[in-house]
Design a protein around this ligand. Structure first.
Ligand SMILES: [Cu+2]
Length: 126
């Protein structure tokens, strides 16, 4: 993740928030904030990452960038309670998928259009 980059900002924010005691608006969570952001690319009919590690019980947002012009992709995760998926769309297009998985485990993710070559593992650790 890119968290270290935001440490200084977060520290400043923390001071501001502590000062006013309000909730405030933060675009990036702090380490214990319960949110994880991941960017996953589809390029040349392949995912750039085939293993994603996320914590259980946190809100996960995957920004899925289909960079293949004229090629249809989507992102599907076989979660513990069924499918979590974006629509199949022709690239270039950027989609986001937001979800929370409470049960630790290893779940398959794939593109439904190219399931034999675009596959990976989502490792959820508790
Ligand atoms: Cu695909």
């Amino acid at each position: 993740m890119r968290r270290t980059r935001y440490v200084a900002t977060l520290m400043t924010l923390a001071l501001v928030l502590a000062a006013c005691g309000g909730e405030g608006e933060t675009t990036k969570p702090d380490a214990g904030g319960g949110e994880t952001d991941i960017t996953l690319l589809a390029q040349n009919v392949a995912f750039d990452l085939t293993k994603l590690n996320v914590p259980a019980g946190e809100q996960i947002t995957i920004t899925f960038e289909n960079r293949d012009a004229g090629i249809r992709h989507n992102l599907l995760i076989n979660g513990p309670s069924g499918r979590i998926a974006t629509d199949v769309e022709t690239g270039p297009v950027t989609q986001t998928l937001t979800f929370t998985i409470d049960e630790a485990g290893t779940y398959r993710f794939l593109c439904e259009v190219h399931p034999s070559v675009m596959v990976g593992e989502l490792v959820v650790s508790g």
